[in-house]
Design a protein around this ligand. Sequence first.
Ligand code: BES
Ligand code: MN
Ligand code: ZN
Length: 499
Amino acid sequence: MNFTLSTEAPQQIKSDCLIIPLFKDAKPKDPAAKLPAKVAKILTDSVQLGNINNDCGQINWLFDIKECTAPRLLVVGLGPLAEFTAEKAVTALQAAVSALLQKQYSSVALALDGLACKAVDEAQWIQRAALAFKEKTYQFNTFKTKTAAKKPTLKSISFCVDKAGVKSGQKTLDYALALAEGMSLVKDLGNTPANHCTPSTIAQTAQAMGKKYAKVTTTVLSVAEMKKLGMNAILAVGQGSRHEPKLVIVEYKGGKKSQAPIALVGKGITFDTGGISIKPPGAMDEMKYDMCGAATVLGAIQVAASLNLPINLVALAACAENMPGGNAIKPGDIITTLSGQTVEILNTDAEGRLVLCDALTYCARYKPEVILDFATLTGAMVVALGTHTSGFFTNDENLATALSNAAKNSLDSAWRMPLIANFKDDLKSNFADLANIAPHRWGGAIEAAVFLAQFTEGQRWAHFDIAGTAWTMGANKGATARPLPLLMEYLCQYAYGKR
Ligand code: BES
Ligand code: MN
Ligand code: ZN
């Protein structure tokens, strides 16, 4: 799919289909696409006759309009301008793209010129439209042998924009496409089943990025190296599996040498059986997604490198497979973490916090400006916030504001959760410095975050629990690549000084 910005008049563009988003209260000459009077009149007449429904997301087809070069128009309703929001723009664009993909067109034009309004400026229209096309055409067919007929046919997509906005529009388009590519990588890694996605696979993906981008360097710590360092928590989680654990470190140097990096830490459990504290069988296949935090941090490196962002990043993917093998950790086992703190493992299914704690300790040696970790950490997070909103915890008020703003601007919903110091009392162990679980289930997402907080003291740190948002369940099961949009929005704001 090739995306271009065009300053040609939409009605003159040669394409199989012209998409016209239309506000409900559009009068002739009103915003809804700066179309010539004749075309605008056809639209308003059709609305009046009841032939066009322009409620938000409604699809209407018009054929053989002689004023337009395209043989058909797809008019998508936006609802009333006064009630319009960025979310509604996404709804409408996704509906239009879905309807379009039912057909086998190869070229399409989208009339964006004139749609800019208070809720959605031209840059956001471009970004949202590009993401809608990319997201709706994402497919994961690696393991299907009979899908040739369903391949998307769309080859060229033009967005009709204002002349004045072409230069900044192109930047926005480049950003959206880089983000979409990053999201595809995260989704592919997430959707790949655990027999094809092991810690080594994640390491290889990271190494390939090191080869592709001059500013990216990948280092993979093996079991022997982690033993030497004393990373016994991540080693403990991996020891029940035939696939060795790995700490995958990817550095991106796009900023000044002297500039402190942002550290991104991801939970990379390529499959979480629960270990000896084995999980019940229901939906256990979804535990292949337990590495989505690791995929997210690799995705961020790819997007940053392809956009050449002027910042330094270090991503650490803490990868292991949590299996109940003969050498697996058992409830009651005590390990010494890299931080020196000992942990009594009372439940082997609370493994995410174990792989993360060593990675969080390790990343301090990069003297990061900020540490952000991403983990499908607790079922309790899903109970607390559901599946639309990620939870984040942070010990820094400014960081909290920046992350909330990034969530809002990227439409990648996230809500701040509290780090409550008292919760530490529930992590007491009779035999070690800390237990890896509390003796009860209440506030489980907070409990896990407070456990991690024991390994980030003195750091500006935020922890994202993405257990509810990293993938969708049911008929449309699949990785979402969230919260990569939020993370990239934060990193861009950080890079370009709007902190
Ligand atoms: N990977 C799971 C969390 C999870 C569960 C994410 C379901 C998404 C859906 C994590 O390793 C885990 O098993 N957490 C336990 C912690 C408990 C043992 C304290 C949980 O949430 O049940
Ligand atoms: Mn688990
Ligand atoms: Zn897990």
